[in-house]
Design a protein around this ligand. Structure first.
Ligand code: DX5
Ligand code: ZN
Length: 220
């Protein structure tokens, strides 16, 4: 069942609550909170105070994408603020097991992410222990970037590894997902689609944009 995860990074923060409700009306499955520390990625975005602010206004899961050098420093704060899923990058945690266990120990879902230049097969040993594998389809740091076409092959490989090791694990993609690229990613085997600009930058509005992406995600 495909799922759309609107990334609030692209939203007008002066209308954040209203925009979440609009995206939810369009079928948003969860919301994707892009956290950047200005070190792992060249941008600074938001902290747990945003999750705390959004928690009371939506029942949809809040997934936190930690694009930070030291994810272990931030897990407790985001969980206390109301995060349901914590996603961190393999690039900064060569041995992700202790942090995976810490997040699981807090009763939350856990995801592993990796950038477009990271070998896909390195995630294989951890697939049985995670809920979500995030294959970045841009180099992270900013919304509105173009989908990297080589991602299709990487998604296909990740789909094969997941089906072999843990079919329960979700395959999420993030970056440049729009009306054109969502079907490429779906065709390659992705099932969860992060979209920021294509939803919150759409002239059709967040409800229609989310609904349209959901429809396109289902058509392989
Ligand atoms: C990393 C961020 C962005 C964002 C999606 O830069 O994770 O990829 O979520 O941005 P769009 O959908 O605008 O490319
Ligand atoms: Zn993200």
């Amino acid at each position: 069942m495909p799922a759309i995860a609107p990334s609030i990074l692209a939203a007008d923060f002066s209308r954040l609550g209203e925009l979440l409700k609009l995206a939810e009306a369009g079928g948003a499955d969860r919301f994707h909170i892009d956290v950047m520390d200005g070190h792992f990625v060249p941008n600074l975005s938001m902290g747990s105070v945003v999750v705390k602010g959004l928690r009371p206004i939506t029942k949809r899961p809040l997934e936190v994408h930690l694009m930070v050098e030291e994810p272990m420093r931030f897990v407790d704060g985001f969980v206390q603020a109301g995060a349901d899923t914590i996603i961190f990058h393999l690039e900064v945690q060569p041995d992700p097991v202790p942090l995976l266990q810490q997040i699981r120990g807090l009763g939350k879902k856990v995801g592993l992410a990796f950038n477009p230049d990271y070998p896909v097969d390195r995630i294989e040993p951890y697939l049985p222990d995670i809920d979500l594998a995030l294959c970045m389809t841009v180099y992270p740091g900013f919304g509105g970037q173009a989908y990297i076409p080589e991602s299709n092959e990487r998604i296909r490989l990740l789909r094969k590894l997941i089906d072999r090791s843990n079919p329960r694990c979700e395959l999420e993609v993030d970056g440049g997902i729009d009306r054109r690229t969502i079907s490429l990613a779906a065709e390659a085997g992705a099932t969860v689609f992060v979209a920021g600009t294509a939803i919150f930058g759409s002239p059709a509005g967040a409800t229609v944009a989310t609904r349209e992406l959901l429809g396109l995600a289902g058509h392989r």
